[in-house]
Design a protein around this ligand. Structure first.
Ligand SMILES: *[C@@H]1O[C@H](CO)[C@@H](O)[C@H](O)[C@H]1NC(C)=O
Ligand SMILES: [Ca+2]
Length: 133
């Protein structure tokens, strides 16, 4: 018998929600390499009326097949704030709403180091202060 099952790409799901006011989102097994066939969705949920700030401490994904998509809100069609791949560390970004969605996809081969992203949430007032500063 010919074992063709190996040709099917089985996506390993990984989901989690972050509700603490600040925290760190790491790719699976960071910094050892994240592996293959991933479709991860992380939601960062802050207080209504606040915004979430992302700072990329480290970033290394196999371009262009592995990438991270950041969306403003929890819907799959929510506005995309950025899509990142490769080894260039993205500049920081801030949500417009109180929910940020990070979706990480990796294909069937090759892995980079992964990513280390810290987030913090700010009430809109203090966000404006920081923004104007
Ligand atoms: C993620 O980056 C932060 C800031 O550079 C660092 O303090 C922390 O140790 C890193 N986490 C890991 C698991 O490397
Ligand atoms: Ca890959």
């Amino acid at each position: 018998m010919n074992h063709c099952w190996c040709l099917f790409y089985i996506l390993v799901p990984c989901f989690s929600n972050f509700t603490a006011p600040m925290g760190t989102v790491l790719s699976p097994d960071y910094p050892e390499g994240y592996g293959n066939n991933l479709n991860c969705v992380w939601l960062i949920i802050s207080e209504p009326g606040s915004r979430i700030h992302l700072a990329f401490n480290d970033f290394d994904l196999e371009p262009p097949y592995d990438f991270l998509t950041v969306r403003d809100g929890d819907q799959s069609e929510a506005t995309m704030l950025g899509r990142f791949s490769g080894a260039e560390v993205p500049s920081h970004l801030t949500s417009n709403s109180n929910i940020l969605q990070l979706e990480f996809q990796a294909d069937h081969s090759m892995s980079g180091r992964g990513f280390n992203i810290t987030y913090s949430s700010e009430q809109t007032i203090s966000y404006l202060k920081i923004y104007l500063y």
